[in-house]
Design a protein around this ligand. Structure first.
Ligand SMILES: [Zn+2]
Length: 321
């Protein structure tokens, strides 16, 4: 396999040859590392945010849309909010809000690991998925309460309850050591999902498709998915095709064209200005650092700086417009 580039930061759609299930494989390298290191997150908060990135990526390939898909988690625990959005073109961004004191309090007496992330880090709350397809369309939103130990379980119950899909998924996020460069360790994420197809398309090996064969084929797909390992999902040198062909070798699998993901924020000075003029003028004064008003994008951590003259001008324009 030497010399062959292994695609990274991609959504890889696939379908089982028997048409019992279709699915998606996601692998995120830079697109995840850039989001998780834009802020100084404690490792377990970063991992949680990364898991939402993987889930948003899987969902973006599952629900057909043209615009922006976002997933928001709200909780009463140490992590109060996680927000990730991804566009049809694969531009992705996200951030998390957390309370360091609450986080420290739970970290002292509980083990690390994603097994109890939801009750431990988020507590009571909800998982909301929104699809915004532009100004002249009605945004779609589905919400489920945060029930389950892991985010993958929450995503699974979302798919069952809100999207009415029979599906299975696996999500993993971890810091991985780079072998050949000096970056040290980087964040990587991987995920895989299968969803049950319609019986009408099912092709049995002997040609006579029965309901029982179909259910068996679906169950096998779920079992194969479950047999994938975290290492395989995170391995940047394992080609997605090799991974899928090995995982579903018994039933055969077809891989379609992958689509790319990249960390890309949609903030701009214009957008920040539009937000500023929606505030009362006195409040703007309180946002000053020295002579300037400084607004930091929560997603990418970029500072937008406006001097007093600029602020006067935009408020005059908005008053006259
Ligand atoms: Zn930004």
């Amino acid at each position: 396999m030497t010399g062959m580039t292994v695609p990274d930061n991609i959504l890889q759609p696939f379908q089982l040859e028997n048409h019992a299930a279709q699915g998606r494989l996601v692998r995120l390298g830079d697109a995840m590392h850039c989001v998780l290191t834009a802020h100084d997150y404690p490792a377990e908060v970063a991992r949680l945010l990364g898991e939402v990135q993987v889930i948003a990526s899987l969902m973006s390939g599952t629900l057909k849309f043209d615009g922006v898909l976002s997933i928001q988690l709200k909780g009463e625990g140490p992590v109060s909010m996680v927000l990730v959005d991804v566009t049809t073109d694969g531009d992705m961004r996200g951030y998390a809000r957390f309370d360091s004191k609450k986080l420290e309090a739970i970290s002292q007496h509980e083990a690390n690991g994603p097994q109890q992330d939801v009750p431990r880090l988020l507590g009571n709350g909800y998982f909301a998925l929104t699809v915004d397809q532009g100004p002249d369309t009605q945004p779609y939103q589905g919400v489920v309460s945060l029930e389950g130990a892991t985010l993958a379980e929450c995503a699974h119950s979302y798919l069952r309850q809100s999207a009415q899909l029979e599906a299975a998924l696996k999500v993993v996020v971890s810091q991985v050591d780079d072998e050949d460069d000096e970056k040290g360790s980087t964040w990587r994420g991987g995920g895989i999902m299968v969803q049950k197809s319609a019986f009408s398309g099912f092709q049995s090996i002997d040609g006579e498709a029965s309901d029982a064969d179909f259910e068996d084929a679906w169950r096998r797909a779920v079992i194969f998915l479950g047999s994938s390992t975290n290492d395989e999902l995170l391995d940047p040198s394992l080609h997605p095709h090799d991974f899928l062909f090995r995982l579903f070798s018994e039933d055969g699998v077809r891989a379609f064209d992958p689509s790319p993901f990249a960390m890309k924020c949609r903030c701009s000075a214009d957008r920040v200005q539009n937000v500023l003029v929606s505030f009362p003028r006195e409040e703007i004064e309180s946002m000053k650092i020295g002579e300037d008003v400084v607004v930091t994008c929560e997603f990418c951590n970029v500072d937008y700086r406006f001097d007093a003259d600029h602020i006067n001008t935009i408020f005059k324009e908005s008053a006259s417009g």
